[in-house]
Design a binder for this molecule. Structure first.
Ligand SMILES: [Zn+2]
Length: 387
C-alpha cells in the first residue's frame, strides 16, 4: 500500500518533537537509573557485611530462644527486612525522592514520601517474613532438593499477592475511582466490553501523588483484576491517546501477561535458589558467616546471593518482559487503530525513558522497548494499513 510518509522519517519527527534539551535530560536520567542498579548491589553487599559482622540475627536468635520455632524464624526474617530498610534508607531517599524531585519526576513532599516508605517497609517486613518462613520450612522438610519446590511456592505466593494487592495494598497508597462519566468513560467501557473485562474494573488513580510520569497499569488476577490510569495521563492526554494507552493495558490483560510473569518468576526462583544452594557455603565463608543455609540467621547471605543473581540476570528478565510490551502495543493498534495517538502517548513517556538508547543499553537494562522502536512499529503499522 502506498503511503506519503515513510515510517523512519515519521518516527524521527515524533522523537525530535521533544526537543534537544528534553532528550538530553531523559538520557541523563535513564543512564543514572542504570548506575543506580550497580550502587544498589554495592549497598546490598554492605548490608550483608554489617549483618554478619555485628551478628545481628545471631544475637536476636539467642534472645528469642524460648519462642516457638516458627515464630522465631518469622521474627528473624521480618527483622532482617526492617533493619535492611534502615541501612538502605539514605539510598532510598536519594534515588526515590531527591533525584526524582531534581529531575521534576515527582512533586511529592519529603514527609509524604517518608510516611509511604515506612508503610511499604512494614508491609514488606510482614510479607517477606512469611515468605521466608515458608522457605525455611521447605528446606527443613524437603532437604537437599528444596529448590525444586521453591518455584511452586513462589508462584503461589505471587498469585496470592496479585489477588490481594488491588484490594488491600494499593488503596493504602493511592485513591482509586471509577473513570468519571462522560465521553472518556464511554470509550473505555466499549474497549473493556470487547475484551470481556467487567466495565467497573477500569479506574483512575491519583498517581500524581507520587509521580509526574504519564502511566497506566494492569494489576490483580481473577475477580480482583483491574486497569488503572494515572490522573497524570488522564489530564494530559487527548481522548485518542487515552484510548490507545488503555488498549495497550487491555492487551496485557487479554493476552494473559500476568500469568506469564508469574510463570517466569517461578522458573527464575528455581534457578536462583538452586544456584544459592550450591554457592551458599562459598559466600558464607566470604562474609565470615558461621550459620548454615537452613538457618534464618544466614538470611542476609542468601539475600545477597539473590541480589547478585537478580543483577546479573537483568538482561534475561528484561528481554523476556520486553516482548510482552510489543505484543500489547500490537493489540492496541489492532483494537483501536490509532497509531498516531499511540505514538503521541509514547512520546510523553520518553521524558523518563531515554527514547533513543544505545542498542546494548536497551538490551541490558530496558524493561520496555525504546520509545523509538515502539513508535516505529506504530508508524509501520500505519503505513501497512494506509493510515
Ligand atoms: Zn505495557
Amino acid at each position: 500500500m502506498l503511503t506519503s510518509v515513510d515510517p523512519q522519517t515519521a518516527t524521527a519527527v515524533y522523537i525530535d518533537s521533544l526537543g534537544v534539551d528534553a532528550l538530553a535530560q531523559a538520557a541523563a536520567y535513564t543512564q543514572g537509573n542504570h548506575w543506580l542498579l550497580l550502587v544498589s548491589l554495592l549497598v546490598a553487599w554492605l548490608n550483608c557485611w554489617l549483618f554478619v559482622r555485628l551478628d545481628i540475627l545471631g544475637r536476636l536468635n539467642q534472645l528469642l530462644a524460648s519462642k516457638l520455632r516458627a515464630l522465631r524464624v518469622f521474627l528473624l526474617c521480618s527483622s532482617y527486612f526492617l533493619v535492611t530498610s534502615i541501612v538502605t534508607m539514605p539510598l532510598a531517599i536519594y534515588a526515590g525522592w531527591w533525584r526524582e524531585t531534581s529531575y521534576n519526576r515527582t512533586s511529592q513532599l519529603l514527609g509524604d514520601f517518608l510516611s509511604q516508605t515506612l508503610l511499604s517497609t512494614a508491609i514488606f517486613a510482614v510479607l517477606g517474613g512469611l515468605f521466608f518462613l515458608m522457605l525455611y520450612e521447605l528446606i527443613r522438610r524437603v532437604g537437599q532438593r528444596w529448590w525444586v519446590w521453591s518455584g511452586m511456592m513462589t508462584a503461589l505466593a505471587l498469585s496470592i499477592l496479585l489477588l490481594i494487592s488491588p484490594i488491600l495494598i494499593e488503596p493504602l497508597f493511592n485513591q482509586y475511582q471509577p473513570v468519571p462519566a462522560g465521553q472518556v468513560q464511554n470509550e473505555l467501557r466499549k474497549l473493556a466490553t470487547r475484551a470481556q473485562i467487567p466495565v467497573d474494573r477500569i479506574f483512575t488513580y491519583d498517581g500524581s501523588r507520587q509521580s509526574n510520569n504519564f502511566t497506566a497499569n494492569v494489576s490483580g488476577i481473577g475477580s480482583s483484576a483491574r486497569i488503572a490510569i494515572s490522573d497524570v495521563a488522564l489530564s494530559s492526554a487527548t481522548l485518542d491517546e487515552v484510548k490507545a494507552v488503555t488498549a495497550h493495558e487491555v492487551g496485557h490483560y487479554v493476552l494473559g501477561h500476568i500469568w506469564y510473569i508469574v510463570g517466569l518468576y517461578a522458573l527464575l526462583s528455581i534457578l536462583f535458589f538452586f544456584i544459592s544452594a550450591r554457592s551458599f557455603g562459598l559466600f558464607a565463608r566470604l562474609f565470615g558467616l558461621k550459620a548454615p543455609l537452613d538457618s534464618a540467621v544466614g538470611l542476609p547471605v542468601l539475600m545477597f546471593i539473590i541480589s547478585l543473581l537478580g543483577f546479573l540476570g537483568e538482561p534475561i528478565t528484561n528481554s523476556l518482559i520486553r516482548a510482552n510490551e510489543l505484543a500489547a502495543d500490537r493489540y492496541s493498534l489492532e483494537a483501536v487503530r490509532l497509531p498516531d495517538a499511540m505514538a503521541g502517548a509514547l512520546v510523553k513517556t520518553a521524558e523518563y525513558r531515554d527514547p533513543r538508547p544505545h542498542p546494548l543499553q536497551e538490551f541490558l537494562f530496558y524493561t520496555h522497548p525504546s520509545v523509538e522502536r515502539r513508535v516505529l512499529m506504530a508508524m509501520q503499522w500505519k503505513a501497512e494499513h494506509g493510515g
